[in-house]
Design a protein around this ligand. Structure first.
Ligand code: GRG
Length: 306
């Protein structure tokens, strides 16, 4: 392992640990603001699906894009926790019978299997709304306009033009609402999975009150990383280890889904990943050595095995 890779792995683990601890605090029965009611069943369901050891890649991107600008780590971790709440909600809803109908998530029964559909829907809703409670908190930045920009960007990444919009395009492409609709896989994935990853990257620029040029660099890096993440996911679907993925390998292919691999072929998809890594590196060049951890993050995403 090179020093840069070892350093990267250590930082990723540390952020995962810090995020887990912060989410546990934010979701604890005692530390929620008084005005938020705390129905036990709902809170337990929210904890089950968010305190269960994901990679915490999205918070990591927030922390590391923030580190480029010297943003206090506590502020970045709060924004990362908000983003992770949205990610966890999307996984809960995606697993429901009306969506992917999955039995396993992160190696454990999905929330609706462990509880029931209504609890899972409400736990997802609870995490989505908690994210916006967190990202607007005063301790994130003294300037309310910075908090407004962070909040608006999070809403856009999560909503119609982002993850939720991408999800419905995906379902339409599978023929869920009648005939299969044609799929522009790059656009669909940019919305469905890319938008949250990109948010992780631009969040640092917003928190750090970057120049427009620095913002554009992180935006471009985030888009390249988001696409590389999804291509890696598609490659794992056809080549991966089903047990490590916690899902059936070949699931997308069995559904006849259009993916980067069906469009580009395996070799074409791998070449596209190499091109995206070059684009990510080039976007980061303006930050010099301060961009090293983000450079390693793009490699980790492209080469991940789960
Ligand atoms: C239901 C509104 C709604 C949206 C769902 C993103 C999404 C849209 C569904 C996720 C389906 C899925 C498994 C897509 C593959 C890419 C992906 C998001 C994988 C999981 O992300 P990781 O690898 O997971 O970061 P961990 O468990 O590490 O957090």
């Amino acid at each position: 392992m090179t020093t840069a890779t070892a350093d990267f792995a250590k930082r990723l683990d540390q952020t995962a640990e810090d995020t887990e601890a912060l989410l546990a605090k934010l979701l604890s029965d005692t530390l929620l603001p008084d005005e938020i009611a705390r129905p036990k069943r709902l809170m337990e369901a929210m904890r089950y699906s968010s305190l269960n050891g994901g990679k915490r890649l999205r918070p990591f991107l927030v922390v590391e894009s923030s580190a480029v600008f010297g943003v206090p780590r506590e502020a970045a971790l709060l924004v990362g926790a908000a983003l992770e709440c949205i990610h966890c909600y999307s996984l809960i809803h995606d697993d429901l019978p009306a969506m992917d109908n999955s039995d396993l998530r992160r190696g454990r029964p999905t929330l609706h299997k462990k509880t029931d559909d209504a609890t899972a829907i409400l736990a997802g809703d609870g995490l989505l709304t908690l994210a916006f409670d967190i990202v607007t908190r005063d301790e994130i930045h003294k300037d309310a306009n910075v908090r407004l920009l962070l909040t608006r960007a999070l809403a856009r990444a999560s909503g119609i033009g982002g993850m939720v919009g991408g999800q419905i395009l995906d379902l339409a492409g599978e023929g869920r609402f009648g005939d299969r609709e044609p799929v522009d896989v790059a656009r669909l994935q940019q919305m469905k999975t890319g938008a949250l990853l990109r948010y992780g990257c631009i969040a640092g620029a917003i928190l750090g009150q970057s120049t427009p040029k620095e913002y554009r660099a992180l935006d471009d890096y985030g888009r390249a990383l988001g696409e590389a993440f999804q291509i890696a996911d598609d490659l794992l679907d056809v080549e991966g280890d089903a047990a490590a993925l916690g899902k059936q390998t070949g699931q997308d292919a069995a559904l006849g889904k259009t993916t980067f691999v069906t469009q580009l072929g395996i070799e074409g998809a791998k070449q596209r990943v190499r091109d995206l890594l070059a684009r990510a590196d080039s976007a980061l060049s303006i930050f010099g050595p301060k961009g090293d951890v983000l450079r390693a993050a793009a490699r980790f995403v492209a080469e991940r095995r789960n």
